[in-house]
Design a protein around this ligand. Structure first.
Ligand code: ADE
Length: 239
């Protein structure tokens, strides 16, 4: 998969592509990341990419010409052009799974007050990472790229993301590693019992417990299995 990032601040991505799982995925040639400086497309003699808004108001607006020319130079018929904006659809694990199937994603990062509205005619999808406003789309695009890259085949093992929070609609169960006792807190016995079915049930139960506590709306909208109903009844009688 190729990910192209269209930005006015390419230097922000240096650490991102040189670290950990993203770096390994690039070295393994599973992922290619291209960072495109939109400023290099401007035809303005002062190198401007933004201008004052018609009708007045605060801030500067990204102009059509450099942004659209950057999109046109980067896209092919296999590309999905994604605009990073707080006005977009909210990123969820299910969206990341869908994006992980694409051949080429172009992440368009805005800055300043936003994009000239006409730029929206050149994008396939608008994506937000949450209901808050960042200074630009760069950090948001890293969030999207990171969550998508780890789901691309071969980047991490399948089991590593099958049990992730949200992958099965629940928050993930708790994890423990050595030592078995830390400042009086013990690892639950079932996890050292070697009994696989009990471990599976314990993890499902703790997943349900955590989800009910932190994100009850995920339980309310869930089609519960008979086992999940039984485990939730146990949890409710314990608490
Ligand atoms: N740009 C500014 N804020 C954003 C957000 N919440 N999501 C995506 N892009 C953004």
């Amino acid at each position: 998969m190729k990910i192209s990032i269209l930005t006015l601040f390419p230097e922000m991505f240096t650490g991102f592509v040189e670290t950990s799982i993203i770096k390994k995925a690039i070295l393994k040639e599973i992922i290619e990341i291209e960072v495109v400086d939109m400023r290099s497309f401007t035809e303005d003699k002062h190198n401007r990419v933004d201008d004052y808004p018609y009708g007045g108001g605060a801030g500067l607006v990204l102009m059509c010409q450099p942004v659209v020319d950057a999109i046109k130079a980067t896209r092919t018929e296999d590309s999905l052009v994604v605009m990073m904006t707080p006005q977009g659809k909210t990123l969820k694990q299910s969206v990341s799974y869908d994006l992980a199937k694409e051949k080429h994603i172009i992440l368009l990062c805005g800055h300043y007050e936003g994009f000239d509205e006409r730029i929206r005619s050149y994008v396939d999808m608008e994506l937000s990472i949450g209901d808050y406003v960042l200074t630009g789309g760069e950090v948001a695009s890293m969030v999207v790229a990171d969550s998508v890259i780890r789901l691309v085949d071969g980047v991490i093992t399948q089991e590593s993301h099958e049990d992730d929070s949200f992958s099965n609609g629940l928050l993930e169960y708790p994890h423990y590693t050595r030592p078995r006792e830390y400042e009086g807190m013990e690892v639950p016995d079932v996890l050292v019992s070697g009994h696989h079915e009990n471990v599976r049930n314990y993890r499902l139960k703790e997943s349900l417990r955590k989800t009910q506590k932190m994100r009850p709306e995920l339980i309310e909208s869930r089609d519960l299995t008979p086992l999940e109903i039984k485990l939730l009844a146990e949890i409710n009688s314990e608490e």
